[in-house]
Design a binder for this molecule. Sequence first.
Ligand SMILES: *Cc1c(COP(=O)(O)O)cnc(C)c1O
Length: 463
Amino acid sequence: MPSQSPTSGRPELTAAFDAATRWLDSLATRPVPASEGVDEIAARLAGDLPRAGSDAAAVVEQLAAAVEPGLMAIDSPRFFGWVMGCALPAALAADWLVAAWDQNAGMRDATPGVVAVEDAAARWLLQVLGLPNGAAVGFVTGATMANFTGLAAARDAVLARVGCTVASEGLSVAPRVRVLVGAERHSSIDLALRYLGLGAAELVQVDDQGRIDVAALRDALSRSDAPTIVCAQAGNIHSGAFDPFTDIVSAAHQAGAWVHVDGAFGLWAAADPRLAHLVAGMDGADSWATDAHKTLNTPYDCGVAIVRDPGALSRSFGHSADYLLHSEIPDPHEKVPEMSRRARGVPVWAALASLGADGLADLVHGLVRAGQGIADGLAALPRVEVLNEVVYTQVTVAVGDDATIDRVLTAIVNEGVVRPSGSRWHDRSVIRFSVSNHTTDAEAVAQTVDAVGRALGSQGVGA
Ligand SMILES: *Cc1c(COP(=O)(O)O)cnc(C)c1O
């Protein structure tokens, strides 16, 4: 097929452009699940590495043909499995440029172009998220690493207050750091604490939506004066609920604790004035973690770690080596665990520039509206219970007993029109619809409700 695209002097890029366009153009109508599994794709890629290489364009065509049947349409408007976002056109295109430019974004003076863009993106992020001007922003792979980064700064800061310098002494002579976290925290908090040598957190009781019970937190804080980190959550993966930040921050700060917020997808509520009540007081925390690849709809991968006191972040991640360039202001690599990385902040800049502040507010609002549309539609179907207060983008439902739910979920997934995910919440099987794609419109909402209705019918679930 002769190519119409403008990159014909670079046949491999033309091949990639054609394959990407084919894929993107199919999203609105294609089934969500992959049509082949890993083994079938792997069979197509079996065989030893040939001694002789192949033409670049042929490699790209072979790759795309082999892989496409195994792609899940995560960017489909009818994909609701987990919180995985979509890719805004400007962000996707900017991400291609990042690969073409091939800049290592770690040092200011070595790659000034992308560092300046990331600085601008950081400034805009603080503005739209309502976080303190002057906070340090680090771009990492995702919220797991953003939690790790914020909690590393937290650990080192609370230990410094009792005279321990983790950078030189490690943890061996330090008192145990208490980490208080809601019982429904995301498991990435547990991972981050494990990587940081802090062991398991102490779980604080939560309410029926998964929000930290402030009285229980106060009680836990009063039991010890050990160095303490309190970890709050903006956006519970089952209910979408937000912790009561104002009370948490005041209780924690009174007790001398550091407050970290895991806002992987929920931090973005701050960008929509209509949702300001959800994040009230969140700006009083000391560090925040979020993903751009979720609610902001940049392509994978991009997480963002934000720390109020830039000095705290560079005390944890700053370093110098003779062979590097050093600038007056901390270099990007002094804010994150990696020294070398791609310029992930560039697609963030492009996403924000293409949306504008109002467009971002509308994007977030649209996700919430779609979630509420799905909840309303599902609640009207026979025997479907919506289990959460749909305050944000998450809808968690049950249908009868666990066995029935599992059958209904399987029927929905096998049909392939929509893709929610299964989970367990409050000791029962549930189906979760996570809306995180800006293309999920009223039509996709209606198709989703219809698909669930068909699955109920096929499984004999009546009124
Ligand atoms: C997705 C998620 C994470 C982990 O983010 P990754 O980008 O997968 O590393 C952490 N916390 C919450 C609440 C999440 O939804």
